[in-house]
Design a protein around this ligand. Structure first.
Ligand SMILES: [Zn+2]
Length: 297
């Protein structure tokens, strides 16, 4: 499954929880509209139901995956506000459904989209459900505004806060951002040892990686369309031009894959962050110096 970059670390964390069988009974996914919550939650639903999850996600082959994809899984239910809203009876039915034993001897998964839109009576019924033992069921609540939820509901959930889109992330840390981009334009590993760059990487490694990622997109866009995006209005066109005389877009695409891998890698526990960056910087230097040996990390 390929996610938007800012969802990738969250997805990796969820995947680890499932593979290690350490799954909370209730999740609360929270983030602004249009950020990719639905895609993330749906992928997670299938993963939770899958009978043989792999390191990449649901297997897509087992009976459970088949039933889920056909939208006929007896152990899955989704409540949403799309049709007639969610009333107190819907929440009570949901509780009742959770109490029953599962059909496929696995977990039961119930998603509730728009948990922040529940009226007080329904929200209280939901709280009651969360207070009861949920057995093998996993409840996935999805909300846009965390402030509209009862604190008692929040405290019973494992909260997955979906961060601001990468665009906003990369627009923070202005000075360090420029320093990092400058070092990249030079394509010289020594430049990355600068103190402000090292500080940036340690303080916010994901933002640094997103930044590199979007900067590479800029290079590709410039190579293909001769224009840059609004994202980096301080990007130096001459630098891009001279860079593109040394490197090919194919190389940039390949390196982009490596950055994406690094983002995945970074979300695993116990990873040496500076090693991840060091390896990326060396690969980039090799590309810029035109070494033919360059390959995938
Ligand atoms: Zn499966």
């Amino acid at each position: 499954m390929i996610f938007e970059l800012w969802l990738e670390p969250i997805w990796q964390r969820l995947l680890q929880q499932v593979l290690r069988q350490k799954i909370p009974h209730a999740f609360l996914f929270c983030g602004p509209k249009g950020i990719g919550k639905t895609q993330l939650v749906q992928t997670f639903e299938q993963l939770l139901l899958c009978q043989s999850p792999t390191k990449d996600g649901a297997c897509g082959q087992c009976r459970s995956c088949y039933l889920y994809l056909q939208q006929h899984h007896p152990d899955f239910k989704c409540l949403s506000f799309d049709d007639e809203g969610i009333g107190i009876d819907d929440i009570r039915n949901m509780s009742h459904y959770i109490e029953q034993t599962s059909h496929q001897q696995g977990r039961k998964v119930v998603s509730l989209l728009g948990a922040d839109k529940l009226l007080p009576a329904s929200a209280n019924a939901l709280l009651k459900t969360l207070e009861e033992p949920l057995g093998d069921a996993v409840l996935l609540l999805v909300a846009e505004n965390l402030k509209l939820l009862l604190p008692t509901i929040k405290s019973r959930c494992f909260i997955i806060n979906i961060p601001q889109p990468a665009l906003e992330i990369v627009n923070e840390n202005h000075q360090q951002r420029i320093a990092l981009m400058q070092a990249f334009s030079e394509g010289n590993v020594k430049a990355f040892e600068r103190e402000d760059i090292q500080q940036f990487i340690v303080a916010d490694p994901f933002a640094a990686l997103y930044l590199i990622y979007y900067w590479l997109i800029e290079i590709i866009r410039y190579a293909l369309q001769s224009k840059t995006d609004f994202l980096f209005n301080d990007v130096n066109e001459n630098q891009l031009k001279s860079l593109l005389q040394t490197i090919t877009t194919t190389q940039v695409f390949t390196f982009l894959d490596n950055v994406q891998e690094a983002i995945k890698h970074l979300s695993l526990p116990g990873v040496n962050k500076s090693l991840v960056f060091e390896s990326l910087f060396c690969q980039w230097q090799d590309i810029c110096q035109g070494e033919k040996k360059y390959g995938r990390a």
